[in-house]
Design a protein around this ligand. Structure first.
Ligand code: EPU
Length: 415
């Protein structure tokens, strides 16, 4: 499937942010931790959630969908994951099955997790975190197995605030004997959302300064929980609104997560208003260039850097540097086919003012695909964005929401 977009129409209107992809995925896998049912409200209907639910179903978790968009998971009959879970290779979040399996079964095996491909995505921090807790780790090029029936509390320092390794350490430490401390943990909103979710289950997890204290063996119970809003999705629409010179309100936004983008809007001269839980972007008289470094929280989120490149091309120019994923720039080649004037070097892209034209391009990954759609909304003429399925991994009803905002967009079988 492909997006067909005729650009040049300013986006106008109001939408609500979907449930957060990177918060709901660990919550779904954490349903393995308790015997009682877990009901999640506001689960986004996106590709990665579909894969996660399919993996859990294959493991024997009973999954039922409510008419109100809720999903209930009952893991009482679940069994440990094995190499046969081929779909695990399709998403990154399947790595969370390792921590959840150590908790629940004392072992687990999965094909090597996949996800967006931007260079090497090693799991050495996850491995060292598990080893510190007394687990065993076996790995070859295609798969990973973990074992450890009697984990012990440990003090472990992450060399980098990795989101995935923080989540896996928490999940495994919850079944360890005694207290564990994780230093240098990731503080992204979705990590803290998982902490709040686990606390509601009965877990003892306490952030204090640079350390996260986790007490093992607390009884955990089923719960109902509403998935928090997706700041990356919200930010993508706000950037698209600013790039097309439109006026868009996104509801269901949390200030703490969106503030790095708002700070950037301020520097670029994008007028906006934050009121209650809604951000409105207004047309700018004159956009200014800027330089941005994507970095771990509270820095500018790496997942928003690709769409921001498009907005930057509407200004006198600037530089975007990604300190998290140095190789997250394949989308730039595709944008160049649309007339982007840019120059990439390791870990950064220098963008010059560009006049974008419609073209046929291919999404290299989820957020790179969102950047191409943003560019097509701005560009003169018609664009075809191939690889719709990659974008659907993280954006619920992307074409429908943009259509509601006035975009000339439709999805078609690939031409
Ligand atoms: N890293 C290592 N070793 C590890 C783990 C990470 O060297 O064992 C490095 C990575 O190579 C990278 C950096 O540490 O350079 C950060 O990686 P992190 O572990 O934080 O990323 P992740 O858990 O694999 C999650 C999100 C990503 C998001 C990053 C950073 C999920 C499912 N994925 O990935 O989301 O970019 O955190 O915030 O939560 C997306 O939504 O499009 C997406 C890619």
């Amino acid at each position: 499937m492909a997006f067909l977009i005729c650009g040049g129409v300013p986006l106008v209107g109001e939408i609500r942010a979907q449930g957060a992809k990177n918060a709901v995925l660990p919550m779904l896998f954490a349903s393995l931790l308790c015997e009682g049912g877990v009901t999640l409200y506001g689960v986004p209907q996106i590709g990665d959630v579909g894969v996660a639910l399919s993996l859990l179903t294959q493991m024997g978790v009973a999954v039922s969908h409510g008419g109100d968009g809720s999903v209930t998971l009952d893991a009482r009959a679940a069994s440990a994951p094995t190499y046969a879970l081929a779909d695990a290779a399709a998403i990154r979040a399947s790595a969370y099955l390792l921590g959840a399996s150590l908790f629940r079964f004392g072992e687990g095996a999965i094909p090597y997790p996949g996800g967006c491909s931007f260079g090497k995505r090693p799991l050495d921090y996850h491995k060292n975190a598990f080893l510190a807790l007394g687990a065993e780790w076996e790995e070859d090029e295609t798969s990973i197995r973990v074992r450890g029936r009697h984990l012990h509390g440990a003090r472990f320092s992450l060399p980098y605030p990795s989101v995935g390794a923080t989540v896996n350490f928490i999940l495994a430490a919850l079944c360890a004997e005694g207290e564990s401390v994780l230093y240098g943990f990731a503080r992204e909103g979705h990590v803290m959302d998982l902490v709040a979710f686990l606390q509601r289950m009965g877990a003892f997890i306490r952030p204090e300064g640079n350390a996260l204290y986790i007490r093992g063996k607390c009884p955990l119970a089923g719960l109902s929980y509403t998935v928090p809003p997706d700041a990356v999705e919200a930010g993508t629409y706000l950037i698209a609104a600013a790039a097309t010179g439109g006026e868009v309100t996104v509801r269901g936004v949390r200030y703490g997560e969106i503030s790095p983008l708002l700070l950037c809007f301020g520097e670029m001269g994008v007028p906006f208003r934050f009121l209650g839980d809604a951000v409105t972007v207004y047309p700018a008289r004159h956009l200014r260039g800027t330089s941005v470094s994507a970095a771990p929280y509270p820095g500018f989120p790496t997942d928003l850097h690709p769409p921001l490149t498009v907005l930057l091309s509407r200004t006198a120019g600037g530089v975007i540097c990604d300190l998290v994923w140095h190789d997250r720039f394949s989308y730039v080649n595709e944008l160049e086919k649309m007339g982007l004037c840019a120059c990439c070097s390791k870990g950064s892209v220098r963008v010059r003012q560009s006049c974008l034209q419609g073209a046929t391009v291919t999404a290299p990954d989820l957020r790179g695909g969102a950047a191409l759609v943003t560019a097509a909304l701005v560009a003169r003429g018609e664009s075809v964005i191939r690889g719709e399925h990659l974008i659907a991994r993280g954006y619920e009803g992307f074409a429908e929401k943009l259509y509601r905002l006035g975009a000339n967009i439709r999805i078609s079988a690939e031409p």
